[in-house]
Design a protein around this ligand. Structure first.
Ligand code: HAX
Length: 439
């Protein structure tokens, strides 16, 4: 299988680089830790290691060194579409090189072979109460698939440490292949009462399959939107909550299913993946209150009312980024190209003009710029996916690509169990006293 062969070929050199760093330069200081960082979510502490992607605060994400624009340009496109194959992105993340079209098709082929979801997963999903949130269903389905884990089975049989990554890769491919099927099933079952099993067509790519299984609308472009969406949501370096949860759980040698279920559970919070549905809800509230797109002044007042009500304005601000999120820009460009006259898009654009200045006036948010979630719901809404609760599931399917690539490499490089040190308040106070004495 192509991914296994490629990783096998490059792994010795990567292992050597890590060994050199760990053995010969172990004492080199990369960061120091302040009390503020300890108390406020470890923000910005340089303490994680990944080569899959990295985020520059002033530039945004790079996947294996490529910006979003470079990624979209370089990767081979899907048949009949203008966006790259999702399989091409997975290859890039896992191998670190831009694949040829044939190499990308091989990943798509692997997914096609592995997309069958076991019956017991459908049965379990059908047995859940109707009001269950789609993220609960998705996380449950992923956890249930753990029955199939190659890693867990081989570990029990005494697999050698050197081979962990191969079992991790098998699980990751099996899991990512099934996710679009499970997500589409959840969508059709939860919102349309349909319980037939979606059929993955191995002759089509991941994005086209997802669009078909979702049965959203006949508007042209949903398959391309799905490809774009999954690609840009795949990874955002390792410190964000969903990526870090996957990594932390995986570091205990839990299999990819346990680990990805953790990742989804972290993604489900309103400060993380749920923000895309909250952001669209906010825009629709505005639209409802003003019976369409309001004046700049009315929107300004509405934004202040949100802040004065003690709420955040979803879709704005970021833990690391200090500029407009390029994932936002790419989606805005897609929307302007495909439906420039859409009322909700016009409102999103006006919001882009007003909200950053309101946040600046308030003076709390370190970045007043829009993040990925400020517009992703607007695009889904246009294509007919109007059930907000489903939006984080879409994010989850995309995020699986990045976090599983990290998971495979974490096992390949023998990363150990995570175990940072915690301090009591008295210990922090003692550090303050010590610092005062030496000052
Ligand atoms: N609206 C109102 N207040 C905001 C804000 C916003 N959009 N963004 C930040 N702030 C506030 C914070 O709540 C914080 O207030 P307190 O001091 O009273 O706690 C203050 O500004 C400083 O926050 P920060 O350092 O700029 O931002 P954080 O790193 O603490 O938080 C968040 C980053 C993304 C969680 C934050 O900007 C936020 O809540 N944004 C709205 C929700 C959102 O869009 N989340 C999605 C982010 C992207 C993502 O991960 N997607 O999955």
């Amino acid at each position: 299988m192509i991914l296994q062969e490629k990783i096998f070929g490059i792994l010795p050199a990567w292992r050597e680089r890590i060994k050199t760093l760990a053995k010969e330069h172990a004492d080199v200081v990369v960061d120091t830790v302040t009390i503020e960082e300890v108390l406020y979510g470890m923000r910005d502490i340089k303490s994680l290691h990944t080569d899959i992607s990295s985020v520059d605060p002033n530039e945004g994400i790079r996947f294996r060194g490529l910006t979003i624009n470079e990624t979209l340009k370089a990767l081979p496109k899907a048949k009949g579409g203008k966006m790259p194959m999702v399989g091409a992105l997975y290859y890039l993340l896992l191998v670190g090189e831009v694949p040829t079209k044939d190499e990308a098709l091989e990943v798509e082929y692997e997914w096609g072979k592995r997309a069958t979801v076991p019956d017991y997963v459908y049965k379990m999903l059908k047995a859940m109460p109707k009001e269950t949130h789609p993220m609960i269903l998705l996380s449950q389905a992923v956890l249930a698939l753990g029955n199939e884990s190659v890693f867990a089975k081989k570990y029990q049989e005494g697999m050698k440490k050197d081979a962990y990554w191969e079992a991790a890769l098998e699980d990751s491919l099996n899991l990512t292949a099934k996710l679009p099927v499970i997500a589409a099933f959840i969508y059709r079952m939860k919102f349309f009462g349909e319980t037939s099993k979606p059929k993955y067509n191995p002759k089509l790519d991941f994005g086209a399959n997802f669009a078909r299984m979702m049965k959203v609308s006949d508007k042209k472009g949903y398959a391309d939107l799905a490809r774009l969406y999954f690609i840009i949501h795949s990874d955002h370096e390792s410190g964000n909550a969903s990526a870090h949860s996957m990594h932390l759980t995986g570091s205990t040698l839990s299999d990819a299913y346990f680990s990805f279920s953790s990742s989804l559970n972290a993604l489900s919070g309103p400060l993380h993946g749920l923000a895309n549905q909250e952001s669209l809800a906010w825009l629709l509230d505005v639209k409802k209150q003003f019976n369409g797109v309001p004046s700049r002044d009315d929107l300004y007042k509405f934004a202040w009312d949100t802040l004065n009500g003690g709420k955040v304005i979803p879709g704005y601000g970021h833990g690391i980024l200090r500029v407009t999120d390029p994932r936002f820009v790419t989606q805005l460009e897609f929307a302007k190209k495909h439906f420039p006259d859409d009322e909700l898009l016009k409102l999103a654009e006006l919001t882009l003009d007003v909200v950053p200045s309101v946040l600046k006036e308030q003076g709390k948010a370190k970045s007043p710029a829009p993040n990925v979630d400020a517009i992703s719901g607007t695009l889904q809404y246009y294509y007919g996916v109007r059930e907000f609760d489903f939006y984080t599931v879409l994010f989850g399917v995309g995020r699986a690509l990045g976090v599983t690539a990290n998971y495979v490499w974490a096992r390949a490089l023998g990363m150990p169990i995570e175990r940072p040190k915690s301090l009591t308040t008295a210990m922090l106070e003692a550090e303050v006293a010590k610092a005062k004495q030496t000052a």
